[in-house]
Design a protein around this ligand. Structure first.
Ligand code: NAD
Length: 392
């Protein structure tokens, strides 16, 4: 058992706590009580998490004398849709939620984003509490108040900033998380080291393998450090007018990979971010801003824990450089027609750069695809199986 630790996201009167530990779920009702406007909550979760953890949360709510009901939505990014949002809001209104009702998002990033957005718009704004159950949600999406759904035109294009009242991260809940999901969340943990904290990246090089195996002490430390980093960026720049955008390291590339038709759930967000972070390092090397050894170190570490690092690790498909560039242009980090990239001077030293030209992206992506083809040919001629591990 690990004693719960508390951090604060400092946003004036909208400040809130993040509680991290292994007994947080059992105490969820008691922990929530002080931030509730009434004794009524509605839990929103997905069917995977409901089967595994909803009963435990319901017991904790009963123990604290809270009245509650639950809404279960299908798992997966497909639920971040206008259709699902409409159904969810309808279910909330049918249950006669009031302004004082608090929604509880029990699940991964999909549930946090969907339930948080439903909270932002139902009755012009309900309070909500995040109970993140995936590693990605515990280290990233549950903190910071970005909520929303996907549009046919791209990921997360419909949404609102709506801060939760509390985040309850029980790291023991991660024992039921499938390994692939654990790895995908780990990509976001690595991101914090790469942006500003070379010491944390060094720690991850030593402990990352244990962490993704579910070692409690390592998980607790990584969730705490990640939330500390995220809370600091959010407190400094809640609406992403400047430095918070550093948290998007790897995301412009990653979203382009995710946006390719037919990928859907086959390429997880964290996997796309892992490849995207390597591309951001490679672009920085190509521009002469980052030592190639740092890019190699990042690639080596991500590969060592089992994350994809390039096209060769994704199922063979016809990747189209021009289409990928178009997807990047649809990203939210576009201003005046220019994409703001998160680039690096090295591990732990990220910065924003809006001067990248399309030709530089062409050169980078074409080079990466050629490398992947070359590797596939070498493997074929050596009779080896493809390195492709994902999306098959
Ligand atoms: P997810 O919510 O789909 O969860 C991944 C899978 O794991 C799902 O099948 C889910 O049912 C299952 N799951 C969750 N917790 C589990 C547990 N404890 N045991 C067993 N299974 C469990 O995906 P995710 O990776 O958590 O989040 C990805 C989403 O988060 C994306 O939509 C992304 O856009 C969003 N995101 C948002 C922010 C933000 O700031 N709002 C930041 C990063 C990512």
């Amino acid at each position: 058992m690990t004693a719960p630790q508390r951090l604060q996201v400092a946003l004036g009167e909208r400040s809130y706590d993040i509680v991290i530990g292994t007994t947080v779920m059992a105490e969820a009702g008691t922990l929530m009580r002080p931030v509730l406007k009434s004794q009524r909550v509605v839990v929103i979760t997905d069917s995977n998490v409901a089967g595994l953890h909803l009963a435990r949360l319901q017991r904790a709510l009963d123990d604290a004398g809270l009245s509650h009901d639950s809404i279960v939505v299908p798992p997966g990014d497909g639920s971040k849709s206008l259709d699902q949002l409409g159904r969810l809001i309808g279910q909330l209104l049918d249950r006669k939620v009031e302004r004082s009702t608090t929604l509880v998002a029990l699940g991964g990033g999909v549930i946090g984003d969907l339930a948080g957005f439903a909270a932002a718009v139902t009755l012009r704004g309900l309070d909500f509490v995040q109970v993140p159950t995936s590693l990605l949600a515990q280290v990233d999406s549950s903190v910071g108040g970005k909520t929303g759904i996907n549009a046919p035109q791209g990921k997360n294009l419909i949404g609102a900033f709506h801060q939760p009242r509390l985040v309850l991260a029980d790291t023991s809940i991660l024992t039921t998380l499938p390994r692939r999901e654990m790895l995908a969340g780990y990509a976001e943990v690595v991101k914090y080291g790469l942006i500003r904290d070379p010491g944390f990246f060094h720690w991850l090089e030593a402990h990352g393998a244990d962490l993704v195996q579910g070692e409690r002490a390592e998980l607790q430390h990584a969730v705490l450090e990640s939330c500390r980093a995220k809370a600091a960026e959010v407190a400094a720049d809640e609406r992403e007018r400047g430095q918070r955008a550093l948290l998007n390291l790897g995301h412009t590339f990653g979203h382009a990979l995710e946006a390719e038709p037919g990928y859907g759930d086959k390429l997880l967000h964290g996997e796309a971010v892992a490849v995207g972070m390597v591309m951001a390092f490679d672009l920085s090397v190509q521009r002469g801003h980052c030592p190639p050894e740092d890019a190699d170190r990042v690639r080596r570490h991500l590969a060592a824990v089992g994350l994809p690092t390039g096209f060769a690790d994704l199922a063979p498909r016809h990747w189209d450089v021009e289409r990928l560039i178009v997807h990047m242009g649809r990203d939210m980090k576009v201003s005046g027609g220019r994409i703001t990239f998160v680039l690096v001077r090295g591990i732990g030293d990220a910065y924003l750069d809006a001067t990248v030209e399309a030709d530089e992206l062409r050169a980078l992506l074409t080079g990466a695809l050629n490398d992947a083809d070359q590797l596939a040919r070498e493997n074929d001629s050596a009779g080896l199986t493809s390195r492709a591990i994902l999306g098959s």
